[in-house]
Design a protein around this ligand. Structure first.
Ligand code: PEP
Ligand code: MN
Length: 356
């Protein structure tokens, strides 16, 4: 073969290569559209039946010179690359992900910041029961240097016959007692219709474990600019937890904090099992502040301090716990709330560790 001939043939091949590339790119764009359609319909990306039928069809049309095995191999490679394209699109970076924001999100509530390296302690009664009860707690928090007070006004109780909370009246009590002592407040909201109104009374909206996947509530929380404390569901994976936070961020509210509150396991020694590994994992995966609720995760007063220390040592941005002037008479979670003396010792022990 003369040099001239070889050059001509090579030119032809170059042109076919370009056409093949164009066709492959065209095919890839169709693959992406199919991927989006599959996503909408909730059908799996990999469809072995469809893949086999495409291969059979191609083999039936194969007149050589490539043998059937080579054709099968070549198209298998194309199918694999296409599937990868669809799966990668599905795992597009979430707004909550560290990949989309490297620096930590800092949530600001007045003069208090969460996520900037200084751990936050949130404390208060399980439920708002009366003005007198909340005022006593507020005075204790002020005295011990705590700036954020919790107190449930809408209580998600297992039994409908148990105390359900004082509702909006409870939020008003919380606000009044807190403002007297210059504290910020946090309380759980359970109804999307209350999210906007809640901003008038409380500084942080808590979304409870039982509502972690109440998507309408999450969407409503995303529409306001009040900081949100999102609790991990009783049986939620970390991936599900992060996707719930994504609902809020995707609507524009970036002031979101995550809180591990224990998960359901077979272990009976604690009320729930504190998944301490959730802390470093969430910190790695997400830029949002991560807190630990030592009261609801353990349900035990005697191990609150070591669990709080473990949480802070694992990188938590804060700890939440319950404290009540007279736990024995509390209308909810009577067994697990600290009295004032226990609260003071808890703080002293955690501070002693140098982690606070
Ligand atoms: C609470 O913090 O008041 C509460 C009800 O906790 P959880 O949603 O984690 O059970
Ligand atoms: Mn409680």
């Amino acid at each position: 073969m003369s040099h001239k001939n070889l050059d001509v043939l090579r030119k032809k091949m170059d042109s076919v290569n370009v056409q093949l590339l164009e066709l492959l790119s065209q095919r890839a764009r169709i693959v992406q559209e199919i991927g989006q359609e599959k996503e909408k319909q909730g059908v799996p990306k990999f469809d072995p039946v469809r893949e086999k039928s495409m291969l059979d069809d191609l083999i039936a049309r194969n007149d050589g010179p490539f043998d059937d095995e080579s054709i099968r191999h070549l198209f298998k490679q194309i199918f694999q690359a296409s599937l990868k394209l669809q799966i990668e699109a599905e795992h597009k970076e979430l707004l909550v992900s560290r990949k989309s924001q490297k620096e930590n999100t800092v949530v600001t509530v007045g003069a208090t910041s969460v996520g900037n390296g200084k751990p936050l302690i949130i404390a208060g009664p399980c439920s708002v029961e009366s003005y007198d009860q909340v005022r006593k707690v507020a005075a204790l928090l002020k005295e011990t240097g705590i700036t954020v007070m919790r107190g449930g006004a809408f209580k998600p109780r297992t039994s409908p016959y148990d105390f359900q909370g004082l509702g909006i009246e409870g939020l008003k009590i919380l606000k009044e007692a807190a403002s007297e002592f210059g504290l910020k407040t946090i309380s759980e909201i359970v109804d999307p219709a209350h999210i906007e109104l809640a901003g008038e009374y409380i500084d942080i909206i808590q979304i409870g474990a039982r509502n972690m996947q109440n998507f309408e509530l999450l969407k409503a929380a995303g529409e306001v600019r009040t900081p949100i404390l999102l609790k991990r569901g009783l049986a939620a994976t970390l991936d599900e937890f992060l996707h719930s936070a994504e609902y809020i961020l995707s609507r524009g509210n970036t002031q979101v904090m995550l809180i591990e509150r224990g998960i359901r396991t077979y272990e009976k020694a604690t009320r729930n099992t504190l998944d301490i590994s959730a802390v470093p994992i969430l910190k790695l995966e997400s830029h949002l502040p991560v807190l630990v609720d030592v009261t609801h995760s353990t349900g035990r007063k005697d191990i609150l301090a070591p669990c709080a220390k473990a949480a802070l040592a694992a990188g938590a941005d804060g700890v939440m716990l319950e404290v009540h002037p007279d736990p024995a008479t509390a209308l909810s979670d009577a067994a697990q709330q600290l009295n004032f003396a226990e609260f003071r010792s808890f703080l002293a022990e955690v501070k002693d560790s140098g982690l606070l």
